[in-house]
Ligand binder design. Structure first.
Ligand code: NAP
Ligand code: GCO
Length: 264
């Protein structure tokens, strides 16, 4: 019997307050996991508690900026002491800044790389020792189509997400012998607050040009929803994927496979 159960497992979903992280945490909870989440503002930690409560999910939240290594180490130590060793880590927290590269200041570039690439390193580094002691672990890095493709204005994000794909492969290479599987999920274009600017209805009531572009580039003919990521996350978090390692599972409606619909 294939085992998709997460009963008795402890899952940390960084930035799991809303959007993709919240949907993935919900799926892991439904599969039996205990949920821990964090955010870098108390306001959003509180929002997370409200969202989980509304969904009938018991979750523990931490105020922790994932770019702060000491804060991450303290959070992981407290989770291990009060909830249990972390069996599943979902490096979900992330930001994007859409600025043409030559107009982007180094501070902004560094902030995106810090949160989207350095932070997954920091959090994985903090949880792997416990996984080694326990004899197993699952790390799921939330990559992106921009782990494979570039586009205008997202140089920092694409560089970070491309790096995250290779960090995923390196964690697989370095810790696979400890029965730790590190994989990525590469969402396509998903309707969350992060992509809301790309879907804004135009003053004349028409859809945003980028919205129309994505629809024409996606065989599924729609934007993804956070719920589309739930099943893939449970698969990669469960024993069912014990021989899947270093892989990025693209959940993109087929966009990476498709040249795009001919303009009518
Ligand atoms: P989102 O709605 O913007 O949520 C991002 C989450 O990360 C928020 O909870 C945010 O908390 C948290 N976060 C940001 N910086 C943080 C920090 N320094 N420390 C702790 N938490 C922090 O984004 P999303 O669309 O759900 O995306 C989630 C992940 O999927 C990101 O890694 C994103 O790059 C990736 N992704 C998204 C899409 C998409 O189309 N939406 C596609 C591919 C990949 P605050 O709100 O408190 O800042
Ligand atoms: C953008 C979007 C994308 C998505 C996602 C695609 O501006 O192009 O925000 O980057 O967030 O990463 O997989």
């Amino acid at each position: 019997m294939v085992n998709f159960s997460l009963e008795g497992k402890v899952a940390l979903v960084t930035g799991g307050v809303y959007g993709i992280g919240f949907a993935i945490a919900t799926a892991l909870y439904q599969a039996g996991a205990k949920i821990v989440f964090n955010s870098n503002t108390q306001e959003f930690v509180d929002m997370g508690y409200e969202n989980y409560k509304k969904a009938g999910i018991e979750a523990k939240g931490y105020l922790c900026d994932v770019t702060d290594e000491e804060a991450v180490k303290a959070m992981v130590a407290d989770i291990e002491a009060t909830v249990g060793t972390i069996d599943i880590l979902v490096n979900n927290a992330g930001i994007i800044k859409r600025i043409p590269m030559t107009e982007m200041n180094v501070k902004d570039f560094r902030q995106v790389v810090d949160i989207d690439l350095v932070a997954p390193f920091i959090v994985a580094k903090a949880v792997i020792p416990g996984m080694i002691k326990k004899g197993h672990g699952k790390i799921i890095n939330i990559c992106s189509m921009m782990s494979e493709l570039g586009r205008e204005t997202v140089s920092a994000y694409a560089a970070a997400k491309g790096g995250l794909k290779m960090l995923t492969r390196n964690i697989c290479s370095e810790y696979g012998e400890h029965n730790i599987q590190c994989n990525g999920i590469g969402p396509g274009y998903i309707a969350t607050p992060q992509t809301a600017p790309l879907r804004e209805i135009q003053p004349d009531g028409s859809r945003h040009p980028f919205d129309q572009f994505i629809i024409s580039k996606t065989p599924a003919g729609r934007w993804g929803t956070p719920e589309d990521l739930m099943g893939p996350a449970v698969f990669l978090a469960s024993d069912a994927s014990d021989f899947v390692n270093g892989h990025v599972l693209y959940v993109d409606g087929g966009i990476l496979a498709y040249i795009g619909k001919q303009p009518q």
